[in-house]
Write a protein that binds this ligand. Structure first.
Ligand code: NAG
Ligand code: NAG
Ligand code: NAG
Ligand code: NAG
Ligand code: NAG
Ligand code: NAG
Ligand code: NAG
Ligand code: NAG
Ligand code: NAG
Ligand code: NAG
Length: 430
């Protein structure tokens, strides 16, 4: 048996939990209208948005989805049971709109709900999964966000939230098979109430882990804290969705906006812009188009999220929704990524030993790239200090192996497990 057939056999025997159906290997980058517009939507908004995504350079930076959220439908299904697009807001019909969005080089997403109604009271897809999905595909949509409102009674549903979502997963597989088209990319909006991070990856390409984000620091801190404990769920084809990007909305400072974007991108969340593009500032565009950080979100070699290696001001592995973990790292194609988050309300100096990160090799030195300053910041030997990190600010670094560290550094073991630094002759060294 050749090596390749052994590998094929092995991969068939090893359990693969992620739903690799060919779509959504990497996080989606795009736009969603909900946070800026709620129900004040129509076809012109999406066309204007798509055109602005181009002219503002967002499409060039990788944002290639324009997604519709709730409130696009008539309140009632048609007499024969189909969802009908709002005849005033989408007067030329959905297919006309998706054709135009596709012509501008974007993919496009639609929204529905796993219960009787959407969260704003429009038709939900419960018991109409395949029918509605077929409508969405005929309308030209590539992506479905699926909400969790208006849950049917237990004596009808006879299953949990997981089963309610499975119904649409099955419809997606069935429609892909019968139509020969790629599966619709499935974004579960389950809010994390049924531990979706344990099962979402068998159903779709992303799953919301919390309730809705708000454009203020306490909401960001809460979402970062919550997700810091479930980072292992994220990898290729399935990931924790930390909700829309709120840059430029509300009262986030520039430093808070950078922290928001960095955490979402490096934790490999989908990156869906939730800002009104007609009034977006250059500063916000600058944050959203940080190509070095987007490259890590879109890393094709490593799909993992960054994970905290030290909580910092609080004890390790203890939840604190106002003061999330401060010291994070993860692997990437070009080296180890670090995120230092100053959760305090005052500037602070942030220090770490390199080997606190599991991705760093002891006895080596590392070149340092600052992913916000876009500068090479010399070589780190054993440790790194970031001076005066602003309140709620962030440092994002890429450390690349730069060979053996200089000879003669002490201590002899940079990562001492108490009493275990040992000479070949058996002598423990302190
Ligand atoms: C929508 O359906 C409800 C319930 O069947 C009905 O009462 C209502 O008149 C319908 N509305 C329209 C605009 O058709
Ligand atoms: C969309 O509808 C408009 C108005 O009816 C029409 O002029 C246009 O050709 C349609 N475009 C597409 C792409 O179908
Ligand atoms: C931002 O807005 C929220 C909600 O209105 C408020 O609670 C918070 O104090 C504000 N923060 C600042 C720094 O103004
Ligand atoms: C924003 O950037 C654009 C394009 O670079 C430039 O033309 C415009 O003057 C800038 N606006 C402000 C307020 O700086
Ligand atoms: C790695 O570096 C190459 C060359 O600069 C770049 O094209 C690529 O996007 C980087 N990958 C990541 C994940 O940062
Ligand atoms: C969260 O951390 C802050 C700052 O260290 C501390 O004052 C607060 O008591 C902590 N809250 C909880 C719930 O542990
Ligand atoms: C960093 O390493 C030094 C020297 O080994 C050690 O004394 C210190 O406790 C370490 N600090 C942290 C935060 O790991
Ligand atoms: C990296 O160097 C740049 C340019 O000197 C500087 O602005 C930035 O603060 C440095 N980054 C860190 C984390 O020290
Ligand atoms: C950081 O590492 C350097 C060696 O590069 C060492 O001299 C220094 O003591 C270390 N700092 C701390 C606080 O461990
Ligand atoms: C054993 O190792 C210790 C620590 O490196 C050293 O001080 C000592 O001389 C060594 N003993 C012998 C017999 O080599």
């Amino acid at each position: 048996m050749g090596l390749s057939s052994i590998l094929v056999l092995l991969s068939a025997l090893l359990p693969t939990y992620a739903l690799d159906n060919g779509v959504g290997r990497l996080p989606v980058l795009g736009y969603n209208s909900w946070n800026a517009f709620q129900c004040n939507i129509d076809e012109d908004l999406y066309l204007t948005t798509a055109q602005l995504m181009k002219s503002l350079g967002l499409q060039d930076a990788g944002y290639n989805y324009v997604n519709i959220d709730d409130c696009y439908a008539e309140k009632n299904r048609s007499a024969d049971g189909f969802i009908v697009a709002d005849k005033v807001r989408f007067k030329n019909g959905m297919k006309n709109l998706t054709d135009k969005i596709h012509d501008l080089g974007f993919k496009t997403g639609i929204y529905s709900d796993s219960g009787w109604f959407t969260c704003a009271g429009y038709p939900g897809s419960y018991q109409n999964e395949l029918r509605d999905l077929t409508t969405f595909q005929e309308w030209g949509f590539d992506y479905l966000k699926y909400d969790n409102c208006a849950i049917p009674f237990d004596d009808i549903i006879r299953e949990g939230i997981m089963g309610k979502y499975q119904r649409m997963t099955d419809a997606i597989a069935q429609l892909a098979k019968s139509s020969g088209q790629p599966p619709i990319l499935f974004s579960l909006c389950e809010w994390g109430i049924s531990q979706v991070w344990l099962w979402g990856k068998t159903m779709g390409q992303s799953w919301r882990t919390t309730g809705d984000i708000a454009p203020q620091w306490d909401s960001l801190a809460n979402i970062i804290n919550f997700n810091s404990f479930i980072t292992q769920s994220t990898d290729f084809f399935g990931r924790n969705d930390m909700d829309m990007l709120q840059l430029g909305n509300g009262n986030l400072t520039f430093d808070e906006a950078k922290s928001h974007f960095t955490a979402w991108a490096l934790m490999k969340s989908p990156l869906l812009i939730g800002t009104d593009l007609t009034t977006i500032t250059n500063e916000t565009i600058e944050v959203l188009t940080n190509r070095e950080i987007i490259a890590i979100n879109q890393d094709s070699v490593f799909g993992q999220s960054i994970t905290p290696f030290r909580w910092g001001i609080g004890p390790d592995w203890v939840s604190n929704s106002s003061f999330p973990a401060q010291y994070w790292s993860g692997p990437s194609e070009n080296g180890t990524v670090f995120m230092l988050l100053n959760t305090l309300n005052e500037p602070s100096t942030m220090f770490f030993n390199l080997t606190e990160s599991p991705w760093i090799r002891a006895g080596r030195q590392y070149s340092v790239r600052d992913l916000w300053a876009h500068t090479d910041n010399g070589t780190a030997i054993r440790n790194f200090t970031a001076e005066a990190v602003p309140p709620h600010g962030v440092i994002a670094l890429l450390l690349k192996d730069a060979g053996d560290e200089p000879d003669g550094l002490l201590p002899l073991c940079a990562q001492p497990i108490e009493g275990q630094c040992t000479d070949k002759n058996g002598t423990h060294v302190s």
